[in-house]
Ligand binder design. Structure first.
Ligand SMILES: [Zn+2]
Length: 140
């Protein structure tokens, strides 16, 4: 019996320490809560259906971040965020104003809940928004 070391809470995270919600996949299955590898205090939700790619992360309180998505949709959401986030990260617009513009321009309120088609709409709107501005890349 060795005394517990004093390195603190990172050693093991017991299941009861996580906040977990009931989350349903887009395929209809109830999702499994798995320990996150990025956030030791959080879970992510994974679809138990073998050929389903449904995954969604969680907030610290266990609420899912956006809606479950497959690989292609997650990639599209990342592309949409990469197109949109510079608008407010640059300080050119406040974040709330940027999201208000996004809703007006595309009908999309939450990129994290968007389909691939909606993400493409966001990307197109962001690209078309600023002639010569921060979102234009060389050669486009
Ligand atoms: Zn699923």
């Amino acid at each position: 019996m060795s005394a517990p070391d004093s390195t603190g809470p990172k050693r093991s995270v017991v299941r009861g320490a996580f906040n977990v919600h009931d989350v349903r996949c887009y395929c209809g299955a109830e999702m499994l809560a798995m320990p996150s590898t990025f956030h030791t205090d959080r879970v992510y939700y994974r679809c138990p259906v073998a050929d389903c790619e449904g995954v969604v992360g969680s907030h610290p309180d266990g609420r899912p971040v956006g809606t479950p998505a497959n690989r292609a949709t997650r990639a599209a959401r990342i592309r949409a965020h990469n197109a949109f986030d510079p608008i407010w990260q640059s300080g050119e617009m406040k974040r709330t104003a940027a999201y208000a513009w996004l809703v007006e321009a595309t009908g999309v309120r939450h990129i994290g809940e968007s389909s691939i088609e909606e993400c493409e709409r966001v990307i197109a709107a962001c690209k078309g928004r600023l002639p010569g501005g921060v979102l234009r890349k060389e050669g486009e």
